[in-house]
Design a protein around this ligand. Sequence first.
Ligand SMILES: [Fe+2]
Length: 263
Amino acid sequence: MDSSLRRLIEAATPLWAGEAELVRAYWSSPLRTLDTDLLWLKRQCFKEFWGSGVTRFDQGGIVPGSLRRLAEETANIDRSMDRHEFLDALEGVKAEFSHYTYFADVHDAIRPRGAPPLHPGMLEEWPEEKALTALRLRHREAHGALGMRACKTTEGGYCTLFSEGMKLAGRPGIDGLIAEACGKVYDDEFGHMLSGIAGIAEEGLGESDWSLLETLIVEQLKQRIRMRNAQFSYPLSEERVQAICRGDIEPLEFDYRRAKLAA
Ligand SMILES: [Fe+2]
């Protein structure tokens, strides 16, 4: 396999491991309460519904923004808009809306009696999530297709929230519900992440493109750790976040077979 691609993946695996550590730490953290569970679920719903920065159509929110833009594009199908690209985008919106639905259902199932059910209008962005989106949009503006490639590769953070959530399976109550929702999302998101990586090696990138791509991906993945740490009410200390960003962590094992990249 391409050694530049391997280097790129090796730059990402410690940071993906950091995101996994953070989620794992949260499940058994003494800080964890029903309120922090409701908060991370709402924030996850925000990402699934209102998030943007990872596709061509999602400004204004992955679900509402993409639907609006795709509705406008229907007149251009098979003229300036390739039918396969349109189909992929539609499937993407459906997937993200289904993720919203799974996490909103968990939220509503565990909310205290009398608390209102979730709806998209009540969801709020938090500063670290806003910073991640702004960073991605900056990378896209400054670096075009390479910036988009970086955004696609960091989308979902190697699915560590979902894979760590799935490990709660078999536990009673809230944890069992979280495991079920995460299991339903896992395969979709793994596919999205792979679509960011698939084909990189065939693009004929030069040495400076590879190193720029790595810089962008590393920057985004570091911001993802901050985004997740805030989403989960800071299960990791600032010192630990900094240590992870310096590389003081056992890297996650990348599944080259599943990614259909020869090891
Ligand atoms: Fe999603």
